[in-house]
Design a protein around this ligand. Structure first.
Ligand code: PAF
Length: 299
């Protein structure tokens, strides 16, 4: 595995891929890698001949009062995980490489459609998805991958990136990988490191709420109201959570669901002692707590 920092080295790596008629999988990340990222890299390594993991804490997707400065970083640990998971290259550019004129100067940006960014996280993080779409478009243009891998935990981001690839005609297959959870159901996130023991306990309410909604969708006379009420009851019963949204939306359009006949995703965002957490579950997919409940029954 090789660590690549400059665009000239990217071109060299790409030449080798093309000359050998090899396929390339791209796994974009912001580093501080965990088992969720590992699942992305392993999925890429299973399907592609070569895998590049990108590690770049992208300044343009953070708001002025967000955690860009304190976002956790650990390149050494990340390199070890990438090697084990089967990466060929790790691309860890600096800001000047990704934004040659500077990250905050006017430059070409990719602005995703407002129907995908106006609600959910987009309503609380102005400009966030423009930053995400811009950096992902740059990575697609630079690395020209055959496939790119994203985690379903960032459900709205996956909708934005699918639209980006289609609308800008990037010849890349977007592969979505299920959320990896801690044993008690908490979705893995680099930001979980911010949680104190008490906040960590409260954070479990997100996956519990999604589970309650998922169960309600299976009950007799299930309805949109029934699903959201069951989930919000769990959140309301947990102190110290600032819920930003709890919404049942269409899997592809992200429009609020009127009834349960369309494919729905129940999504939640809450701030726990200053740490913003998100999670979601597809109502027609597996329970978010399937593993956790089995483990609880056994212990
Ligand atoms: O999901 C992330 O880690 C980031 O939003 C991404 C896709 C790497 C873009 O910076």
């Amino acid at each position: 595995m090789e660590l690549v920092r400059e665009t000239s080295e990217v071109r060299r790596a790409l030449d080798a891929v093309r000359r050998g008629g090899r396929t390339l999988g791209l796994v974009p990340t912001m580093g501080y890698l965990h088992a969720g990222h590992r699942a992305l890299i392993e999925a890429a390594a299973r399907a592609c001949d070569e895998v590049v993991v990108t590690i770049f804490v992208n300044p343009t997707q953070f708001g002025p009062r967000e955690d860009f400065g304190t976002y956790p970083r650990n390149l050494e640990g990340d390199l070890a995980l990438c090697l084990e998971a089967g990466a060929t290259w790790v691309f860890a550019p600096d800001t000047a490489t990704m934004y040659p004129g500077g990250a905050d100067v006017p430059a070409t940006r990719v602005v995703p459609p407002s129907n995908l960014t106006g609600g959910l996280c987009g309503a609380f993080r102005e400009g966030h998805f423009t930053g995400v779409a811009t950096v992902v478009a740059k990575l697609f243009a630079l690395w020209q991958p055959d496939r790119a891998y994203f985690g379903l935990k960032d459900f709205q981001q996956t909708a934005v990136i699918r639209a980006l690839a289609t609308d800008l005609m990037f010849p890349v297959l977007i592969e979505l990988v299920p959320t990896v959870r801690e044993p008690d159901g908490l979705a893995m996130s680099s930001r979980n490191v911010y949680l104190t023991t008490e906040a960590r306990g409260r954070a479990r309410a997100l996956s519990r709420a999604l589970e309650a909604g998922w169960q309600a969708a299976r009950g007799p006379g299930a309805s949109v109201k029934g699903v959201t009420s069951a989930a919000s009851a769990v959140l309301a019963a947990t102190g110290g959570l600032q819920v930003q949204y709890l919404a049942l939306v269409h899997r592809d359009t992200l429009a609020p669901l009127d009834d349960l006949s369309a494919p729905g995703v129940l999504a939640v965002a809450a701030v726990v002692e200053g740490t913003r957490l998100i999670d979601n579950v597809a109502l027609d997919g597996p329970s978010p707590l399937v593993g956790a409940l089995q483990r609880e029954a056994v212990s």
